[in-house]
Design a protein around this ligand. Sequence first.
Ligand code: SF4
Length: 509
Amino acid sequence: MSQLRAAAAAGGLRRSGGRAVPAARRSRKGASPRGGTQAPPPTPHVFSDPAEIGALRRNLLAWYDRCKRDLPWRTLAATEPDADRRAYAVWVSEIMLQQTQVATVIDYYNRWMQKWPTLQALAEASLEEVNELWAGLGYYSRGKRLQEAAKKVVSELAGRMPRTAEDLQKLLPGVGRYTAGAIASISYGQATGVVDGNVIRVLCRLRCIGADSSSPAVIDQLWDMANALVDRSRPGDFNQALMELGATVCVPKAPLCRECPVKQHCRAWRRVEKELAFASQKLFGKPTPVPDVEDCGVGGCPLCPPAMEPWDSSLGVTNFPRKAAKKQPRVARTATCVLERRGCHGAPEYLIVQRPSSGLLAGLWEFPSLPLDQDLQEEKQREALADHLRAWTGWPVVAGGLRFVGEVVHIFSHIHQTYVVYSLPLDGDVTLDPALTPSRWVTEEEFHASAVSTAMKKVLKAREKQRGEESSPGKGSKRKRATKPQGANSTRPGTQLSLRAFLRPPTSP
Ligand code: SF4
């Protein structure tokens, strides 16, 4: 049992109208904190003083009431009388906010709730519709899992959302401990804490936790702390306040400590202030006692910074939190081809294909693409892509017909992806076997309304930029054109290529 949990178990707090009441006052009813079981000694890494916990709750909530941002999911959570609708509204926001900035999410959230205001509406949607609305938000499996879970609530739970954090986590696919705690505290008022990236940062700073913040020991400690700190009468607001503090004040690089509503409870800030006072005394030649260093004094403490990486005064409070070195993303290269033709009124149309239903970017649409070996030479890349297109279309695509557009880099969470982009303008149709990969021709507008990733939008943008430069020679980029002459099949800038130039009719009748 952690010290914090032990302190809670020892009865440090009771509820009175939502306020924490110091254990000393409770002793009038007979259970003196000193008279019976010895409470574990306080350490710099826990909140063991009930009066301080009460003050922190009050300070944080008062600040939240004054300064919180108006966000659509907060409005819904505060005004929606139906518990299932309220929980659904919070759930959608929490899933969208995973790994994604608030500013990006707002528009997606509003469109989503307009289209599917209830669980039942979402359960009836197709995965294609979900992917289309999610396009550009990243981490696409989130939308898919959200819809699967909505279907489950409708078909197996009679449309009623589970009512506790424990059941939410147990019964809903894609709902982890954090999301369950957020839904239960915000929608139902369950007094349960949450731990996300913002909370990790705030709590590690408040209690000088300098061990690897992704380690199980630290994460367990932070969950204990969050559960002990959460305000019993306003758990949802308290959790949102803690996250809001991390998002707007206790930010990663330049926290606004002087404006922080809980700075008097922050051990990292206290340490900075002591060092500043020490430095100023020294400057004016006053006696300079050695600053009180607030390490916990326990050798090998699992929560202190590692001995090899002690507190660095130049970093101040940003000494915390600390993470183990990030794994380097995998480097990948993919050849991709923008197949295009003239559609109605001469506007270009593009051929897109659907990705497999599992794995990275599952079910999304993209330009025909082919993963490449790292060390493949440019000429070989082109040939490999031509072979791929030949096998896919059934037409003898010639490598020299592929026009190099450029390289587009996109960073996925764990992959550093480079797309080597080519284009192949056509003046006719290519009939594809529907039994193979699903495919379709789309206008530019349809392309952007389709379930395509941000990476593919960048690919199209690169192609459009090239076309713009071709139609306005001398304007824009000073760089040389990327297209190289390719012998008999070479392409002249600005020339729309004939299908026959690259796709010879099949030899079979
Ligand atoms: Fe974060 Fe600074 Fe506030 Fe401490 S005082 S919680 S480091 S913003």
